[in-house]
Design a protein around this ligand. Structure first.
Ligand SMILES: C[S@@+](CC[C@H](N)C(=O)[O-])C[C@H]1O[C@@H](n2cnc3c(N)ncnc32)[C@H](O)[C@@H]1O
Length: 229
């Protein structure tokens, strides 16, 4: 499809037009609004981390939801234009140094833990669904790993994943760490999209800390080896 045609198609979409009119940077803002209306995972004065936050639609929704007493931090490979009320860093979430930068941003707030971690991360599409699906699950596993380190007990986790072969093991992993788990396809997601949002509520708390070796800053955060494919 030519770029002009793509823009024409996109501009026909209701949520895209609505986002332009209402000042949201991305139509995906409505996905998070719908998730929160249904599951009430983000509340006033909460501290929230947004993984894969560019161009900033979710950050805007989060800032509105937590209000002036809340904390919103985000990370993305892309640089984003500042959003009042949110702090964002540019970095690759697959390397440990980025987790550490995000953690030090969070520590400025001196809270005991995050109330919610949301991840809308999506890999660059290769055109091969199996590979893209595997990469999506890989990013989600890293988001879960971060959530496990930084959520307070009772906190919540929202994560986009593509359906496919690697989805179920990931879902099971999330399920063991939270009291309840829901699967949701918000109305603002395209009908034909294979993305699913997992909404996990009531974090059970950190598992026993293993004696960690000193982390290498550029060491990839890789809970499951990518070499499988
Ligand atoms: C669908 S977009 C997020 C849209 C965002 N929720 C919003 O409302 O504006 C997915 C984002 O994931 C980011 N992403 C993908 N892989 C990443 C990685 N390894 N580290 C950080 N961000 C990543 C992409 O750069 C992209 O901006």
């Amino acid at each position: 499809m030519s770029q002009t045609r793509w823009y024409q198609e996109r501009s026909k979409e209701g949520y895209y037009l609505r986002a332009k009119k209402e000042g949201y940077r991305a139509r995906s803002a409505y996905k998070l609004q719908q998730i929160n209306e249904k599951y009430n995972v983000i509340r006033e004065a909460d501290a929230v981390a947004d993984l894969g936050c560019a161009p900033g639609g979710w950050l805007q929704v989060l800032v509105e939801a937590v209000g002036s007493g809340g904390t919103v931090v985000g990370v993305d490979l892309q640089r984003i234009k500042p959003i009042p009320g949110a702090k964002a860093i540019q970095g690759d979430f697959t390397v440990r140094a980025t987790h550490q930068k995000l953690a030090s941003l969070l520590s400025e707030d001196q809270r005991k833990g995050l109330d919610c971690v949301v991840s809308d991360m999506a890999p660059d599409m290769s055109g091969n669904y199996d590979i893209d699906q595997f990469r999506s699950v890989h990013l989600s596993e890293m988001a879960l790993d971060f959530a496990t380190q930084h959520l307070r007990e009772g906190g919540h986790f929202v994560c986009k994943v593509f359906e496919g072969a690697d989805f179920q093991p990931f879902r099971n992993d999330v399920k063991t760490r939270f009291k309840s788990l829901y699967q949701y396809h918000p109305p603002a997601s395209r009908k034909q999209s294979s993305e699913i949002y997992l909404v996990a509520k009531g974090f059970k708390g950190k598992p026993e800390e293993k004696k960690a070796s000193k982390p290498d800053d550029e060491e990839p955060v890789n809970p499951r080896p990518l070499a499988r494919r």
